[in-house]
Design a protein around this ligand. Structure first.
Ligand code: AMP
Length: 251
């Protein structure tokens, strides 16, 4: 059983994102970057499956500029065995279908049994790549996974849906995207960070691949959210809050 995990380098979720003055995007200069939180959950799940003896190898893949090597090293410090970077120029903007097409090429060369992605990247909030990749590969998909169980060649996934949980069985290979409650990712230990520096990281230059960006989606403008103007009122007890809400006919 080989598991391929797609990881994206994004702005660290603790950082307040600033929009560029010209509205062309968000400021990335000197900003702390990190592995996309849902992808960290995907790496954790793959490593746990390996530790439980259900998987033999965990390979992580990222599409990004040379800095994405750091992201891949972080994933290897968590326990992934090796990494692939599909390296692109920093100024080349790719849409989710492009990312899915590039991941498809990696899947074809790696032949994994299970492909894990985050449910969404927190920088663009697209929530598209996993679904598109499954469609391109013509394999089953389970999105928003909160529990993954492997039994021989079949996979059982519990998904978080409106008002409850849904459990699916899929045959392998399959694409699964991770939700927040799947697990709590570990912190990499210093010895594992050191070990990760020596793990194999293969760089595939995008220019050497059979790939032309689609260029179907263009960002016109990025703006800051409106500042909150509402005043905050503190109530001493719940009774006072309830009577205020009743007076305003909110409840
Ligand atoms: P999105 O559809 O952009 O919200 O991304 C969903 C998931 O696709 C992410 O959580 C990642 O697992 C994967 N993904 C998106 N972009 C990349 C990328 N540049 N490199 C590797 N994986 C990616």
């Amino acid at each position: 059983m080989k598991i391929l995990v797609a990881v994206k380098r994004v702005i660290d979720h603790n950082i307040k994102v600033r929009v560029k003055a010209d509205g062309s995007g968000v400021e990335l200069t000197n900003v702390k970057m990190a592995i996309n939180p849902f992808d960290e959950i995907a790496v954790e799940e793959a490593v746990r499956l390996k530790e439980a003896g259900k998987a033999d190898e965990v390979v992580v893949v990222s599409i990004g500029d040379a800095h994405s090597q750091e992201t891949l090293r972080s994933a290897m410090a968590m326990g992934a065995d090796r990494a692939i970077l599909v390296q692109k120029p920093s100024d080349l903007v790719l849409e989710p279908l492009d990312i899915a097409r590039l991941l498809q090429q990696v899947v074809v060369s790696e032949q994994p049994d299970l492909i894990l992605l985050g449910k969404q990247a927190i920088d663009n909030d697209c929530n598209q790549t996993g679904q598109m990749l499954a469609a391109l590969l013509k394999c089953g998909q389970a999105t928003f996974a909160s529990l993954i169980e492997i039994d021989g060649t079949s996979l059982q996934v519990t998904r978080e849906i409106d008002g409850g949980l849904e459990t699916l069985t899929l045959s392998l290979p399959a694409v699964v995207t991770t939700d927040l409650r799947l697990n709590e990712p570990r912190y990499a230990t210093l010895p594992n960070i050191m070990k990760a520096k020596k793990k194999p990281l293969e760089v595939r230059d995008i220019s050497a691949l059979d790939f032309t960006p689609l260029g179907q989606v263009k960002t016109l403008m990025v703006t800051e959210p409106k500042k909150r103007t509402g005043q905050c009122t503190l109530f001493n007890d719940v009774k006072a809050l309830v009577s205020e809400l009743q007076a305003k006919e909110v409840i």
